[in-house]
Design a binder for this molecule. Sequence first.
Ligand code: ATP
Length: 137
Amino acid sequence: GNTTLTMIKPGAVRRNLIGPILGMITEHGFKVEALKLTKLSARQAAKFYEVHRGKPFYDGLVNYMSSGPIVAAIIRKDNAVAEFRELIGNTDPEKASEGTIRKLFAESLSHNAVHGSDSDENAAKEAAFFFSETERF
Ligand code: ATP
């Protein structure tokens, strides 16, 4: 698969990091295929993170992800899912490598600046969650 879905999470949008994060993404060779500033309702966030339902961090995650605007984007590069997960770094910013987006911009494990799809299948599902065909280029 050559596309993945990213979100710039509410904390990073609040801290005015849309530009720096999109800059890192494009500097690393990703092309933007779809892009929007939007806000998830609690219901939408709950659906997006359905696979985590029942985990101890689920309610906090849903609450956080619906706490303010996010940026959603479909980005394209060869081997996009793996390449992007390398660029964002470990889920926990304390474990993330130097130079990764989370190392640079995450506040904590739960407020970790960005999302990246974890498989081609989920990338396709998540892209369809945010974007219609006429919103993709
Ligand atoms: P994402 O799906 O956002 O790209 P990920 O695939 O690295 O992140 P997941 O395991 O899918 O991580 O968890 C989804 C999100 O839930 C994480 O990005 C993180 O913000 C939050 N999260 C995961 N584990 C914990 C935890 N133990 N405590 C608090 N928040 C967590």
